[in-house]
Design a protein around this ligand. Structure first.
Ligand SMILES: C[S@@+](CC[C@H](N)C(=O)[O-])C[C@H]1O[C@@H](n2cnc3c(N)ncnc32)[C@H](O)[C@@H]1O
Length: 275
């Protein structure tokens, strides 16, 4: 089974990419190779535009695992033109009646919301409430305990039921990844990403993550029997993401559900697909 229709493949538009793979390349270049209307859900965790440098740079263990102590690509304060280009491509590749989740921070919402609104209908600014407090100005500011996720639609799609509930509140509580387990300074919790995937896509559908980082979306897609495709500019993070994907596949192949192993289910649902 192919992800994209035959005529697009024969026109050469979809020849060079395959799904269930992440690519070490700029997402704006990569997305140009994805045909129109071919993606079922976008999970985007872009560089926030905050010139991030890690506070943990003195911890040598952390430094060797979490490479973004030196900063994150395309994170300079005025990255709006870059993000606009990304959003334009996301609109093109998403099928009609689909969802997009866009991670950001409270002081970037006023800049990034209008960028998204050029193409999508924003339905919520979801609060991801974490179990920790961020550092920042310890004496002069309240301890930050959340990040924002802009939830937007292309057309209209209704939510799936997850954990017996169709309607969930716009405050989502998920523990952040503990510092000693982090692969990336901005790594998102696997259970949060799996939840968003289950709310907004079906088994066998394809999820695009333009900013793969350590590969959380890809691993969550494997856990939830969805296909994925993603791009990561930093070669070392692309390696980390591929390692996590390989580990997840190995782990899931060993786990049975009912009388069907994960590998059987994976090949039935996802198979080998040429883009
Ligand atoms: C906020 S992090 C994503 C973290 C990810 N959600 C995780 O759980 O590990 C953003 C990532 O986007 C990458 N990046 C920045 N510009 C990019 C571009 N043009 N194309 C692809 N990746 C890019 C950065 O190297 C960084 O790893």
């Amino acid at each position: 089974m192919k992800l994209f229709p035959d005529h697009l493949v024969s026109e050469g538009l979809a020849e060079s990419l395959v799904i269930n793979k992440i690519y070490n390349m700029d997402c704006t270049e990569g997305m140009r190779m994805i045909p129109d209307n071919s993606i079922d859900l976008v999970i985007a965790d872009p560089p926030y535009g905050i010139n991030y440098y890690s506070n943990w740079s003195k911890d040598s263990n952390y430094r060797s695992r979490v490479r973004s102590v030196g900063g994150i690509s395309n994170d300079k304060e005025n990255n709006t033109d870059f993000l606009s280009e990304v959003v334009q491509e996301l609109d093109r590749v998403l099928k009609p009646n689909t969802h997009i989740y866009w991670f950001t921070r409270w002081d970037r919402v006023m800049i990034q919301q209008p960028v998204l609104e050029n193409y999508f209908k924003i339905k919520n600014s979801i609060i991801w409430m974490k179990n920790n407090w961020s550092m920042g100005d310890l004496r002069g500011a309240y301890a930050g305990q959340y990040e924002n996720i802009l939830f937007a639609q292309k057309g209209h799609r209704t939510f799936n039921e997850v954990a017996g509930k169709k309607r969930h509140p716009d405050i989502l509580q998920f523990n952040r990844v503990p510092p000693n387990k982090l692969n990336h300074s901005h790594e998102k919790p696997l259970d949060l990403i799996s939840f968003l995937i289950e709310k907004s896509s079906n088994r066998g559908e394809t999820i695009l993550d333009p900013f793969v980082g350590s590969g959380t979306t890809a691993v969550a897609a494997l856990h939830t029997n969805r296909n994925f495709i993603g791009f990561e500019l930093d070669p070392e993070y692309a390696v980390t993401a591929n390692e996590r994907i390989a580990e997840a596949k190995a782990e899931l192949c060993g786990s049975d559900r009912g009388n069907q192993s994960y590998s059987e289910r994976w090949s039935i649902i996802n198979g080998e697909k040429k883009v």
